[in-house]
Design a protein around this ligand. Sequence first.
Ligand code: ATP
Ligand code: MG
Length: 449
Amino acid sequence: MRLSRYFLPVLKETPKEAEIISHQLMLRAGMIKQQAAGSYTWLPLGFKVLNKVVRIIEEEQNRSGAIQLLMPTVQSADLWKESGRYDAYGKEMLRIEDRHERQMLFGPTNEEMITDVFRTYVRSYKDLPLNLYHIQWKFRDEVRPRFGTMRSREFLMKDAYSFDLDEAGARAAFYRMFVAYLRTFRRMGLTGIPMRADTGPIGGDLSYEFHVLADTGESQVYLHKDLAGKTIPPIDTDYRGDLKPIFDDWTSLFAATDEMTDEAGFKAAVPEDKQLSARGIEVGHIFYFGTKYSEPMKATVTGPDGKDVLVQMGSYGIGPSRLVPAIIEAFHDEAGIVWPVSVAPFEAVVINLKVGDAESDTASIKLYGELQAAGIDALYDDRDQGAGGKFATADLIGIPYQLIMPAARLKEGMAEIKHRKSGERETLPIGDAVKKLVALIVPQRLDTI
Ligand code: ATP
Ligand code: MG
């Protein structure tokens, strides 16, 4: 992408309405524009990051055996009356009436609709296990939309739904999704910490929220220190074998939000030198709820003995549009965003320091072309303006590697690579630059971990 032809409305001033750093940086970097309370346009740069986050989620969902479909945003109220949630959901639900005075709603989640899809087609236990997911916009009329896309009213969610014949099957589905979540967050450079969550009236022990630690997080969390930087073991990407040991390993250490625990309980469970009380951002929630929806909505399959049984279900949510600011909360400095390569809007930027100068233009265009040919997602800053502004933009929007050729270096056939994260600059022959960038970037894509 040539920056002169791109749409990147960066702001010089920090917008006053933005309270937290990720919101400030998303506005300043030209990633989002507010349209109404809790409603945002994703500008090209922001949309590119959002899509990379979505892509990682899709890859890990698919790898775990979940199957993608797409359900509508606007739903009929009838399904929600069947499940009993139409009245229970309250003011967070945006209710709509169509021209025939039929009651509709903008979906805040899709348990009812997926249960309807399931009961329409699935008849036999032989078709199980099944896990269906979609990535679709949701609307919740939040009391306090705030922090930009961190808590918005219209937001993107990946929601998966598992269907199993019995509890043992449902547990296996839950563990598989648990591991998929660990992998998903890890690929974005984050440690997603599983925390025990409320299971509500259904009870049971399988409800976990995944939190990312950040000072600006909305939840107060209590956890065993060793979880904060815990790395996941290499996991068979085919998800074969028993995944319960990984679940047990991650959940044996205490971690819960203040909704689940009081401080005294935490202090009794964790040795003093291992206690960490911090702020967390909820980025995902996975939940086994048995027959909560299959019972009122009569979603059954014929079991091996020929008798009908209610299907066992679980649901698994992740918020991609919340993850983007959560990643920024984890990775930024005074100059701007410091994207991990795996979700960076561009992996490298070629900065032409002397636009209009034949030698500089030729060298820049050649390198830009070679980077693209090598499969690098590259940006070319060909704007006719001063070096200071170009460096500031590259730093602000957080491109991991900047390739520059100051005039004196260019004469010697040399170029410089600036590493955004460390600030380090290295000089190398122009002919080696592309190879070097490929070697730096490709392993950090974390396509497989
Ligand atoms: P919260 O407690 O933060 O309101 P929730 O418990 O309502 O979250 P879920 O219903 O479990 O969230 O939704 C699954 C995921 O969707 C959340 O983990 C989060 O990543 C995302 N999400 C939920 N509400 C919002 C929102 N208002 N804006 C952006 N993302 C959201
Ligand atoms: Mg909520």
